[in-house]
Design a protein around this ligand. Structure first.
Ligand SMILES: Nc1ncnc2c1ncn2[C@@H]1O[C@H](COP(=O)(O)OP(=O)(O)OP(=O)(O)O)[C@@H](O)[C@H]1O
Length: 366
């Protein structure tokens, strides 16, 4: 049995047979931040969430939150769903159709949550919706209300099952921005189910990668994004890594924001509406990075970072491609080039290069 420390909020070791499918997962979910439960369709994510929530019973194993057993098959413990104090939001918002949004939010809300009401509805942007009926809300609005309701019940853990599924591009980005902001503000752990790498790199701190009912990798997302051996599992074609920096200047004329990385190097990215000094997380797609041996004089690339090649490996899913792992100061960055370019340029570990990044390649939700 694992020992619970302050760095582990949820501890589980579960087994459940569902028809021909067997789910068998042991996992520690960090006490802070967002842990993405990530895997292909049919890998067992929703089934695992249902076991944690207490909606289904496992065949064997346990679930512990903090110091409390929620499920313990051997000891005959199965805390009922409503006593688990978990906030569960499924793809379907499940709002009460005859209650206005305000009524939906306050239904069953403990007294102690009243002080949080205004802050939370502001954070979720649902104040203008308070007097509306659920039937009149868009999909994204209804999900924001459902998330607000779950949080007002003062849960100890928030479980979100693919909250962006079924929304169109713009609505999806909008809800994602709300969620990124929200999850940075709330002080409870979040388990976030998704099969979308773009979503995961925007929001998650930790990742649990699940495949055919088994956990195949688990840890800080940044470290997993850099693992070349996970190949196609983490985005494949659309794989990305992340850079962290601070907003150091705004250029209103060109609608660009300058970001300074910890090692002093700078990037220009499409405008990020954050005050000077704010920390930002930038997602850089592997295909948006090009490599030069010296800073080119005339190029449309707006960003050139001095980097060192750490290692390279042939792509696991594209025979023409080579994956590169680069060090940028203390940070890491991934790039994907043709194997031919790597050979012809002599791109081997230890070599200092310039990583050219198209400034439009950045996304910085929140
Ligand atoms: N009650 C059940 N009886 C039989 N098989 C089931 C049952 N519930 C789930 N399964 C199977 O278990 C597997 C995992 O399903 P699950 O819904 O957990 O996957 P998922 O990763 O959440 O998928 P998606 O991303 O499509 O929602 C699937 O093969 C599914 O068909």
């Amino acid at each position: 049995m694992s020992t619970l420390t302050t760095t582990s909020a949820l501890s589980l070791d579960l087994r459940k047979r569902l028809g021909d499918f067997t789910l068998e997962v042991a996992l520690e979910v960090a006490a802070s931040g967002v842990t993405a439960l990530f895997g292909e369709s049919g890998s067992g994510k929703t089934s695992l969430l249902r076991l944690i929530a207490g909606l289904d019973r496992p065949d064997a194993g346990h679930v512990r939150l903090g110091q409390q057993w929620l499920t313990h098959c051997q000891r005959g413990i199965a805390v009922p769903v409503h006593r688990r104090r978990l906030g569960v939001v499924f793809q379907e918002p499940r709002l009460f159709p005859h209650y206005r949004v305000r009524g939906n939010l306050t239904y069953g809300m403990p007294r102690a949550a009243r002080g949080r009401f205004d802050d939370l509805i502001a954070l979720l942007g649902i104040e203008p919706l308070l007097e509306r009926l659920p039937g009149t809300l868009s999909g994204g609005e209804a999900r924001r209300v459902a998330i607000g309701r779950a949080l007002l019940a003062q849960p100890r853990l928030l479980l979100l099952d693919e909250p962006l599924t079924g929304l169109d591009g713009e609505r999806k980005q909008e809800l994602l921005r709300y969620l990124v902001r929200l999850t940075r503000e709330i002080d409870i752990p979040v388990l976030y189910v998704s099969h979308d790498t773009q979503e995961i790199t925007a929001i998650a701190d930790h990742l649990a990668l699940i495949d055919s009912g088994r956990l195949v990798a688990h840890g800080p997302l940044d470290a997993l994004l850099l693992r070349l051996d996970l190949g196609g599992r983490l985005g494949g074609f659309d794989a990305a890594s992340r850079l962290y920096g601070r907003v150091s200047a705004q250029d209103a004329h060109y609608a660009l924001t300058q970001i300074t990385l910890a090692d002093g190097q700078r990037l220009r990215v499409p405008r990020i509406d954050q005050p000077l000094g704010s920390g930002v997380r930038l997602r850089v797609g592997v295909r948006d990075v090009a490599i030069a041996l010296a800073m080119p004089a005339d190029t449309s690339y707006r960003n050139g970072l001095v980097a060192r090649i750490v290692d390279t490996a042939p792509s696991t899913h594209d025979p023409s491609a080579q994956e590169l792992r680069l060090a940028v100061g203390e940070q890491s960055l991934r790039a994907r080039l043709t194997r031919q370019a790597c050979d012809e340029m002599g791109l081997t570990p230890g070599r200092e290069v310039i990583a050219l990044i198209r400034s439009v390649a950045f996304e910085a939700p929140g």
